[in-house]
Design a binder for this molecule. Structure first.
Ligand SMILES: [Zn+2]
Length: 321
């Protein structure tokens, strides 16, 4: 089960998605050694990234990134429009020092400084054009009280409310083998639902939410999206039609390459790279997402900084000598 199912309701202005990820999630985990409490948070964000990526109609990469002063220093999940994804976490403490019962805000929102940045990087972005970024604070101000955001689902719903102006409900569950999620979104009445009486539309949205609220973590983690859809909307489908589209596969895929590592070395600069070579004999690095090892020895590094060669390579091939 590595799939995402989109459905719409004929009798209510609602679009929904159900996601179930197993081997693609295990591919993320097999390269990592995070404590279960961190795994669950990462898993929830992996589920969220796939649901968001499929719900925002754009072609490119969606990146969910959290930086914090808490035990989770950095969390990154990337999902492309074709639903290939990768994810990583960097901890600021030893895994053994993390409280196994810590909540999201304890791990990601120390001193109320937690921020979630959601970036939409279109595949046709022009050089110099910045990607679109939305920021969600991991606290919610309610009157004079600051309330921490305690789950990935809550953070994503806040983002959708603020950035996309869409009422969104989201349920996420994850464990060491599976990630599951359900997203419900209220569509504008003006869309294909102009025929619906506004009161009926509001009632429809509230009825679908009530059905959504009956979902359990157990169901999200063990059932296929099709089975979940049937169970949740059994009556709804008979009465007013819940229609699903063919499900789409989700895969783990890393975009790292030797050429990208070479770019990083160029950014570091020749002097810095020389000093690493002197100290360690070679530059060795590992991809944060897939743990693939890259090694550049002195000869490789010289190639990286051979700018003449690079300039030549970008010239169109000459037509004979
Ligand atoms: Zn990689």
């Amino acid at each position: 089960m590595n799939e995402l199912l989109v459905f719409i309701c004929d009798g209510a202005p609602v679009r929904g998605e159900i996601v179930s990820i197993s081997s693609a999630w295990q591919a993320v985990l097999e390269r990592r050694n995070d404590p279960p409490v961190v795994q669950r948070i990462l898993g929830d964000f992996v589920g969220a990234a796939t649901l968001l990526s499929a719900s925002l109609k754009f072609d490119g990469t969606l990146i969910i990134q959290a930086q914090s002063k808490g035990p989770i220093q950095l969390l990154v999940v990337e999902c492309k429009s074709d639903l290939t994804m990768r994810a990583t976490v960097k901890l600021s403490v030893e895994p053994a020092d993390i409280n196994p019962n810590a909540t999201l805000d304890e791990l990601l929102d120390a001193d109320n400084t937690g921020r979630l940045v959601i970036t939409l990087d279109p595949s046709d972005r022009q050089p110099g054009q910045p990607p679109y970024q939305g920021i969600v604070a991991l606290q919610e101000q309610q009157g004079t009280v600051i309330k921490p955001v305690t789950s990935a689902a809550e953070a994503i719903a806040l983002y959708m409310q603020n950035s996309e102006q869409l009422d969104t409900r989201i349920w996420l569950a994850s464990n060491e083998t599976h990630v599951g999620g359900l997203l419900l979104q209220r569509l504008p009445d003006s869309g294909g639902y102009a025929h619906l009486d506004p009161q009926l539309a509001a009632e429809g949205w509230s009825r679908i939410q009530t059905l959504g609220e009956t979902i359990t973590d157990e169901e999200l983690l063990t059932l296929s999206p099709q089975t979940i859809l049937r169970r949740l909307f059994l009556e709804e489908s008979a009465e007013s039609g819940v229609r699903s589209f063919p499900s789409r596969p989700i895969r783990f895929s890393c975009r790292c390459s030797r050429a990208k590592v070479a770019d990083v070395l160029r950014m570091l600069g020749e002097e810095e790279v020389e000093s690493i070579l002197t100290e360690q004999g070679a530059v060795e690095t590992e991809c944060d997402f897939c743990a693939k090892a890259y090694r550049f020895d002195a000869v490789d590094c010289r190639q990286v900084f051979k700018t003449d060669l690079l300039v030549d390579a970008t010239r169109p091939p000459s037509s004979g000598h």
